[in-house]
Design a protein around this ligand. Sequence first.
Ligand code: F7E
Length: 343
Amino acid sequence: MTDRRSALVTGVTGQDGAYLVELLLGKGYAVHGIARDVAAFDYSRLGNTRYDAGEFRLYNCDITDEAGLRKLVAAIRPDEIYNLAAQSHVPTSLADPRRTMEINATAAVSLLRMIVDLEFQEHTRLFQASSSEVFGDASGAVLTESSPMRPCNPYAESRYQAYVASTRLRAETGLFVVNGFLFNHESPYRSAAFVTRKISLAVASRARGGRAPLRLGNLDVRRDWGHARDYVAGMWLSLQRDQPDDYIFATGENHSVREFVEFAFATAGRRIRWQGAGLHEAGHDAETAERLVEIDPAFFRPHEISATLGDASKALQELEWRPRTTFEELVREMVISDLDRTR
Ligand code: F7E
């Protein structure tokens, strides 16, 4: 690789990895992507970005393989590291808290330590992907960087631990590490394990004749949903500052799962009429009376966060970051992408 700026992106095969690689290549970086299975990297996600073997490299490495990761970090000596590797699904963290902790906390902390041990802290800056989940259920309060943190599931606990360790190491060693408290961010690349993509895929499946109703949990939880493309821009901006700090990335607007469902089906020309209540509620096509949505208790969570809402004014003031995509544009893009894909 040449003397261009270099970035190491962990978890490169995920949704955020795709957008971040595109952004960094567009800025002329030498990008080194690592993941457990780089064969899963989907080059079509890079869109029209120009890249060649000299600028973009992929490496197979599990983030929990400390020795393997250390070898790579030492050899690459990256200017920037974006730690996006994570077990990021809340229900999976309830089923497998140990693995969630290993990936999201233990491996993240050892990556930070590694930079210090290699004496790279004068040179290498690190973005640590954190989450609005660390704040727990704040009963719809508008969250800022100084809001109390009350994690209420293993996923949130793991993110919280990585946050605590990174701020401590920052104070102790001068390491340039930024925590980004990312609120829900979605796109056509989102995995179907998350509710937004589950909905957009169901709308597309219905449009091509599928008959199975979409089965969902709590329709009335509200999330501050933004577009992943906007959030990776914030990650990059946060590493360009003179001093490291922590930032909320959010839209400042929230919507219910119910609204997401209604808007997604409306994009495909269907209006939903809700009937019944509680577990017996169902969404029907207002014209044809077909049953489109039903409730499945399996998707309810033990400690649900009823609403999230973030205040990103610090990122706006210090990074000049703002979300560009509206809720309506996000839903439309996801649904249209799935309709096109299945056509
Ligand atoms: O759930 C409700 C569910 O799984 C959103 C991750 O990126 O954002 C994400 O975490 C809401 C929850 O995302 C279904 O109960 C209803 O209230 O799409 P989700 P999440 O758990 O909010 C945070 C910020 C992260 O950091 C995470 O890594 O939707 N919901 N019915 C459902 N959720 C799912 N998955 N499936 C349902 O059928």
